[in-house]
Write a protein that binds this ligand. Sequence first.
Ligand SMILES: Cc1ncc(COP(=O)(O)O)c(C=O)c1O
Length: 453
Amino acid sequence: MDKESFDPLVNNSIDNTPEAQELRTSILELVGRYFDSVNRGRRFEAGKTYLPAAQKVLDASDIQYLVSASLDSWLTTGRFNDEFERCLAETVGAKHARTVNSGSSANLLAVSCLTSPALMDQRLRKGDEVITVAAGFPTTVNPIVQNGLVPAFVDVELPSYNIDTRALEEAITERTRAVMVAHTLGNPFDITQVKRICKRHCLWLIEDCCDALGSCFQGQPVGSCGDIGTFSFYPAHHITMGEGGAVSTSNDQLAILLESFRDWGRDCRCPPGRENVCGNRFGHRFANLPDGYDHKYVYSHLGYNLKITDMQAAIGLSQIGKLPGFVKRRRENFSRMWDALSDLEGDLILPLATPDSEPSWFGFPITIEDERGNGAKRHALIEHLGRKRVGTRLLFAGNMIKQPCMEGVEHRVHGNLVNTDRIMNDTFWIGVHPGLSDEMVDYMAQALKEFFR
Ligand SMILES: Cc1ncc(COP(=O)(O)O)c(C=O)c1O
């Protein structure tokens, strides 16, 4: 479907009478009025209004798209999803984008597809190692374990919060087959170094971009730099669909494998609701199946069903049009916060963008200078901010290895995880999302400074 022919607010194939078209238009107009009416006039009151670390930013058009998709009554993945996948691929500069029902599913899909026998001797096999970091979100690591692979953890650097690329290269053994790391809180890792290492050692690279949609490295959007990129559209993220995620790749073979694993593991590539698109539905032969077995029910992988509904895709489609403005605002809020806190250097470690990168910041990470290293000062600061109605988040799992879920799980640690442990004890982050005005950012910075006075 080309861009010109897609109209989110009309469905030419079902609004086939003037009455249907008129009704859809009236419904959507009412939806817009309703949204604006219930969201009007929320004023910021310092110390009273809660300022969350992450928050969705919706407008009337998002809900109009949602309702328009529901009026289509198609429900499963459909025209909105096709258009969203096209827009996302264009946005991240990848040849293909495929939606899934969460960022965690995107990570699961990315790792699972690399186990496909179709990749021959390049496939990941049980016991192979995947290098990653422990300072991050659990579902960057879990799919490695779930696929019978072994996570090998290396330390991160401060103040970028990203993988230490020297440790990465040192950690490689003959069992290492892939690298899977996130661009932490939107700050791209050193893609030049990581790609050089992956190329030299023939390793797959999965970029977890769940917190980094819109970030660039040397002008190139993240998600198009490695073999596969993954994204989350949970409400806290750069754009939302409620629940949702996506994978991106410019590798045609991986795109087919991703789709197969996402769609029950099936061999057939017909879109939902259509069959025999290839014209050869009953003409295939597979070793242990009867000749001509219905291709719609042939499974080449142990897959899942991770698809989204068209209602989710519709909100995503409305949101992605606003991404440039969202990213701009995130960058402005980040700079404003950084300038306001710069005189606290000594008490705090302020975040720094990786050289050559333009982060689309997910949050503003702060590490407290506290020689006790037991998290007590961070705890006191977070409580202080809570009393001031400023929301905070930890850097997710802190040190994943210390999480209860890792008990008994085979893994390897290369060297030490000194910075990872420091992050577990002394790091937290606050918001820079587009829902924050200058006044709110100034108030948050002021609240932080009060603690150190
Ligand atoms: C780096 C990273 N990867 C993966 C995910 C998982 O995304 P989702 O919550 O959509 O499953 C998150 C969630 O915030 C994340 O921060």
